[in-house]
Design a protein around this ligand. Structure first.
Ligand code: C2O
Length: 513
């Protein structure tokens, strides 16, 4: 194993990824942010200096953080925001058994919407044979707004709503629709120059705030080989639906006539509660190889594919290393919804997990409560925070969706089995589930007015967020936490600067929500 060291500066900067200039939040002046490339088992050190005027944190999406929960980078849960003008050194070991496609992003309010995100690729020491390929290419899909997210968020949470409709008893939680979609940080300008007769592994990562995409390349079959870091049995498709925060690797072989082809990332506007009449939902890039025209003349696959807000069919996600889940020892049932509530600043529409809408404890993160011991009783174990016993539990987590939209849910620090999903509410013993080598991933889509059942082994000590990854929804409180093995949290070697930054901020200069 090697130590990989990165120096990052996060700052505000003007930029125009789609031709419209605005203030962006970026790392090292790059957008999308720098690629982190490591091998399984490496030590990763990222020293983050915050030059912005608000506090921030950086989260390493999909990293297991065994024993280093305090490096997970979740504002109000595993740390306080890094204050303006200060730095925080993230230092952790990449799990030796983990490899695949991941990413990192700001995890404070809606900052990632403004540009703080980038890819994280973990190479296996020995790549499995089913993933053989010649070249490795990262493709970042995202959505983009012309306004800075903090203003949009205030409007979104206000009782009047983003469209000023006052919700009128319907459409609660209608999110701001984006102004554009981006492929590798550009609208319709990205060019991939490939060589003929090679196998390219395209690592698709959806870093959007709101948008699900359907990805395709004209006249090229895509072989899906990875879903969220789990290698899967090769399956050939024309199009890959990819929800917010999910990743897929697909192998594309450059074996067609030399020339240029359209790369398509179609924004699934049907999943928004509000549409934007000016949005061009088909985001294009160009793939060129060999001699021939450099402007695509290719056409889209002719087999239609309806717009979808659902994951790639789970029967197509068959883990290449088969693993059946152990029996569960504990069940957690949650429901999610949007409700209007009276807040000190006026009426707001917030998101609720059971009866609780999460708010980050920005100067008093949950981890410190547990680290200092005895705080467990301050939490309602049925809602916002589930405290798992001090023996290793296997959790069945059922989520029922009382909202009409689908929601991409992510669990920090774990890979879960997807046992089932469907319409309506989960009915034990009746709703269909599978226990034979089910998909394993870290982000799945909860269907509108539907249910999901996931199972995970709570063997990783710490405070782990489980939340909807739509940036607006997380900021509206659509998040709950699991506290695993709480007595082990008290044995953590939390760096002293983490606690210092919290106590300095309880004095109050920084507002994060
Ligand atoms: Cu991609 Cu809570 O994270």
């Amino acid at each position: 194993p090697t130590t990989r060291y990165y120096e990052w500066v996060v700052e505000e900067m003007p930029g125009s990824p789609d031709g419209f200039e605005r203030t962006m939040l970026v790392v090292n002046g790059q957008f999308p942010g720098p690629l982190i490339e490591v091998n399984s088992g490496d030590e990763l050190i990222v020293n983050v200096f915050n030059k912005m005027s608000n506090g921030t944190t950086i989260h390493w999406h999909g990293q297991l953080q065994n024993g280093t929960n305090y490096m997970d980078g979740t504002n109000g849960i595993t740390q306080c925001p890094i204050p303006p003008g200060m730095n925080f050194t993230y230092k952790f070991t990449i799990n030796p058994n983990q490899y695949g496609t991941y990413w990192w992003h700001a995890h404070a309010s809606t900052q990632y919407t403004d540009g703080i995100y980038g890819p994280l690729v973990i190479h296996a020491l020995r790549e499995p044979i089913y993933g053989s390929y010649d070249r490795d290419v990262v493709i970042v899909l995202s959505d983009w707004y012309h306004d800075i997210s903090s203003g949009l968020l205030t409007q979104y949470l206000s009782a009047a709503g983003i469209d000023g409709s006052n919700y009128g008893g319907f459409n609660p939680g209608a999110e701001p629709p984006p102004d554009n979609g981006l492929i590798n940080g550009r609208t319709n300008g990205t060019a991939f120059n490939f060589e003929p007769d090679l196998r390219y592994r395209l690592r698709l990562i959806n870093m959007a705030t709101l948008t699900d995409f359907i990805f395709s390349v004209d006249e090229h079959v895509l072989s899906v080989v990875e879903a969220d870091g789990t290698s899967i049995e090769r399956v050939n498709v024309h199009r890959v639906p990819i929800s917010v925060a999910q990743r897929y690797s697909v192998i594309l072989t450059t074996d067609q006539t030399a020339g240029s082809y359209n790369v398509r990332a179609e924004m699934q506007e049907v999943c928004y509660k509000l549409s934007n009449p000016n949005l061009n939902t088909m985001v294009l890039a160009t793939l060129t190889y060999g001699a021939g025209p450099t402007t695509p003349t290719s056409s889209d696959w002719s087999d239609g594919f309806p717009q979808t807000c659902l994951d790639l069919n789970s029967t197509m996600i068959v883990p290449a290393i088969a693993m059946n889940p152990p029996n569960s020892t504990q069940s957690v049932l949650v429901s999610m919804s949007f409700q209007q509530t009276v807040q000190s600043g006026g009426n707001q529409v917030l998101a609720f997990v059971n009866n609780t809408s999460w708010e980050p404890r920005s100067t008093d993160p949950t981890i410190l409560q547990f680290y200092q011991g005895g705080a467990q009783t301050n939490f309602d174990s049925s809602t916002q925070l589930v405290v798992v016993n001090d023996e290793i539990s296997v959790i069945d987590l059922v989520v029922n969706n009382y909202d009409d939209s689908s929601h991409p849910f992510h669990l920090h620090g774990h890979v879960f089995w997807v046992l089932g999903e469907g319409d309506g509410f989960y009915q034990p013993g009746i709703s269909p589930i599978t226990l034979t080598n089910p998909p394993r991933r870290d982000t799945l889509t909860l269907p509108g007015y539907g249910w999901v059942l996931i199972r995970f082994v709570a063997d990783n000590p710490g405070l782990w967020a489980f939340h909807c990854h739509i940036g607006w929804h997380m900021a509206a409180g659509l998040l709950m936490q699991f506290a695993s093995l709480p007595s082990k949290v008290q044995e953590f070697q939390i760096p002293s600067y983490l606690q210092q930054q919290c106590s300095e901020q309880s004095s109050g200069a920084i507002v994060n929500k």
